[in-house]
Write a protein that binds this ligand. Structure first.
Ligand code: PLP
Length: 429
């Protein structure tokens, strides 16, 4: 028998990456290491671990074997050099920006973003940390180029935007970021690496809310920062001191010069998780690993059902428009074919002819669909963003992020398609 020397396929990685049989017992499923701390062999061993001179487990705010397994699997699936898991998607965003920005620095972000992210970037970040975000219409990437200043330290987009389901031109924006010497961070929550791998299109860092399709069953909040390992932090002068200048907390250690392509990942654990305390819990990591085992199978069914629902709604007399990039009439249909050839996800919006009242009435009348503030569950979910997830935004910002008054957001699940459509139809009647 000849050995297969090519890298394993996606489905194989979903099952095996990061999780060989457990060394001591041979346990085939990854154990939940429900422990806060790890016994040092002796004082010298402890001192080496604390000084990052030797790698090993110290304390579960920094690293934990179950969480390390999840990090390794997610890095493999996205084609990254390394990953740092966090307590939630928002924690991943806080952690990545805290490594890249100083007070008075700027982020350029797409206007089409999850409403909670817009809140985080536009209220708490400037108030607490002095990070300013310039929101631009990323449908024309030239707007991003025009917004870059010498204070820009990061460009932030979603591969598929929540709630509108629009597909972003990652390669065009990556080229602009590269020219400016600024990392491009892509929130790939809505696509997952099964539908789109942003690093292959030039993204430097991928983040996820693993709360959604990655864990898949609506059980666990979580997030992750996956670094491509390709950005030259030390080559950008004084711009990225956390990653490329001596760190006083580690006796002058320089992360990029010491850890190379793993700089962001080591910094994420040794400084980000240490100081921000936004670590994921081992049980959540275990459930997320379980969810990942079936990611490809689930995503195929999610997009198949989403396409069928979108086509049905597009013909429905109560519906003004359906914003799903899988429909040939959608303005970003060609982008969808390029970036998400297996299908542009399972979350999208549609607009009702009856306006705000029709949107509210729809979410009150569904029976099979669950009215919740979540996406990416195995069950079909629905919400009226203008009165909930996006209610804290000004009306014009709501419109810009795809959450106008008459908009309903669907996260199409894995049920039988006939049942999903029957429930939608009875709620629209
Ligand atoms: N990014 C996207 C695209 C999201 O939809 C969400 C949550 O809905 C987040 C980030 C934040 O993730 P979390 O709720 O895990 O903090």
């Amino acid at each position: 028998m000849t050995k297969n020397t090519s890298s394993p396929g996606f489905a194989t990685q979903c099952l095996h990456a990061g999780t060989p049989p457990e060394a001591q017992t041979g346990a085939r499923q990854t154990p939940i290491f429900q422990t806060t701390s790890y016994v040092f062999k002796n004082q010298e061993h402890a001192a080496k671990l604390f000084g990052l001179k030797e790698l090993g487990f110290i304390y579960s705010r920094l690293t934990n074997p179950t969480i390390s397994a999840l990090e390794e699997r997610l890095a493999a699936l996205e084609g990254g050099a390394g990953a740092t898991a966090t307590a939630s998607g928002h924690a991943a965003q806080l952690m990545v920006f805290s490594a890249l920005l100083q007070p008075d620095c700027e982020i350029i972000a797409a206007k089409r973003l999850y409403g909670g992210t817009i809140n985080q970037l536009s209220t708490t970040f400037p108030r607490c940390y002095g990070w300013r975000t310039i929101f631009v219409d990323d449908r024309d990437p030239a707007n991003i180029a025009a917004a870059i200043t010498d204070k820009t330290r990061a460009i932030f987009i979603e591969s598929i935007a929540n709630p509108g389901g629009g597909v972003t031109d990652i390669a065009a924006i990556a080229a602009i970021a590269k020219k400016a010497g600024v990392p491009l961070i892509v929130d790939n929550t809505m696509a997952t690496p099964y539908l789109c791998r942003p690093i292959e299109f030039g993204a430097d860092i991928v983040i996820h809310s693993t709360t959604k399709f990655i864990s898949g069953n609506g059980t666990s909040t979580g997030g992750v920062v996956i670094d491509s390992g390709k950005f030259d932090w030390a080559g950008e002068g004084d711009r990225y001191p956390a990653l490329a200048k001596p760190d006083a907390g580690y006796h002058g250690l320089e992360f990029h010069q010491t850890f190379g392509e793993m700089a962001m990942t080591f910094h994420g654990h040794a400084v980000g998780l240490r100081d921000l305390g936004v670590n994921q819990q081992p049980f959540n990591a275990f459930l997320t690993l379980l969810g990942l085992e079936t990611l490809g199978l689930r995503m195929d069914r999610h997009v198949q059902n989403a396409q069928a629902v979108a086509e049905h709604l597009a013909k429905h007399p109560a519906v003004r428009a359906v914003d799903y990039a899988g429909l040939p009439t959608a303005p970003d249909h060609d982008l969808a074919k390029k970036y998400t050839p297996k299908g542009p996800g399972a979350v999208f919006t549609f607009r009702l002819k009856g306006g705000y009242d029709a949107g509210v009435s729809f979410v009150d009348r569904v029976q099979l669909l669950s009215h919740v503030a979540n996406i990416g569950d195995s069950r079909s979910l629905v919400i009226h963003p203008a009165s909930t997830t996006h209610s804290q935004l000004a009306p014009e910002d709501r419109e810009a992020s795809g959450a106008g008054a008459e908009v309903v957001r669907l996260s199409v699940g894995l049920e039988d398609i006939a049942d999903i459509i029957a429930d939608i139809d009875q709620a629209l009647t």
